[in-house]
Design a protein around this ligand. Structure first.
Ligand code: ZN
Length: 219
């Protein structure tokens, strides 16, 4: 099989996951062994970062390989949060990659008592609307609780990004680059939102948001 297009696609994606993981880690967007990345393969399987792996020091050859049913078949054991990814993919059939981080400003927003649970961050900038859109809050669950997957599944049909309460964002994109950029846009907009709290900022109007959604549909 060596030299087949599927194998070379997989090698390229393994390298991309490692490069983006290191970039996110080096900029402080994920700490320790937190955060995980997955990519959908053309043959129906997935690549996923391993459990207890630091995104800053991934070995491309040891990234977990899952089959089309989401079962671990090669590489190190996948992240304990693999069910979050599978829940998003189940509801987002056109998504090619998912990024989940414990990025500080997004987590801070997820802990606030008075955010709108249907849409946690107002549409402050055009790029936030284009890359993230509406961001619902998923109620808190203890790590590893399968009910968290059910809660994500209930929201992911209409949203390509969700925010887990007291935990962090889960963001889907049409490919890995799009998922990483959307996650970065979310983190920066969460920072802006926190900077502007108490300032009564001028968000985009519903008409301006509708214009962006019509001109730049996601996916
Ligand atoms: Zn997590």
């Amino acid at each position: 099989m060596s030299g087949s297009p599927l194998i070379s696609q997989q090698s390229l994606l393994r390298e991309q996951i490692s490069i983006f993981g290191r970039s996110l880690f080096d900029r402080g967007l994920t700490m320790g062994s937190s955060g995980n990345i997955s990519v959908r393969l053309e043959n129906g399987g997935w690549l996923m970062t391993p459990t207890n792996a630091c995104l800053g020091r991934l070995d491309p050859a040891r990234i977990s390989l899952l089959d089309g049913e989401g079962r671990w078949i090669d590489g190190d054991k996948p992240t304990k949060e693999h069910f979050l990814h599978m829940a998003m993919y189940a509801e987002q059939p056109r998504s090619g990659a998912i990024v989940h981080l414990h990025s500080t400003h997004s987590v801070a927003v997820s802990c606030l008592p008075d955010v709108n649970p249907c849409d946690c961050i107002p549409p402050l900038t055009a790029y936030y609307v284009m890359r993230v859109g509406k961001l619902p809050l998923v109620p808190y669950h203890i790590p590893g609780d399968p009910a968290l997957g059910d809660a994500v599944r209930g929201l992911a049909g209409q949203h390509s990004a969700v925010l887990l309460a007291n935990h962090g964002p889960v963001v889907a994109g049409k490919n890995l680059e799009a998922a990483v950029y959307a996650t970065e846009e979310l983190e920066e907009t969460a920072k802006l939102f926190l900077l502007l709290r108490g300032e009564n900022p001028r968000a985009l109007t519903p008409e301006q948001v509708a214009e962006l959604e019509a001109k730049f549909p996601k996916g």
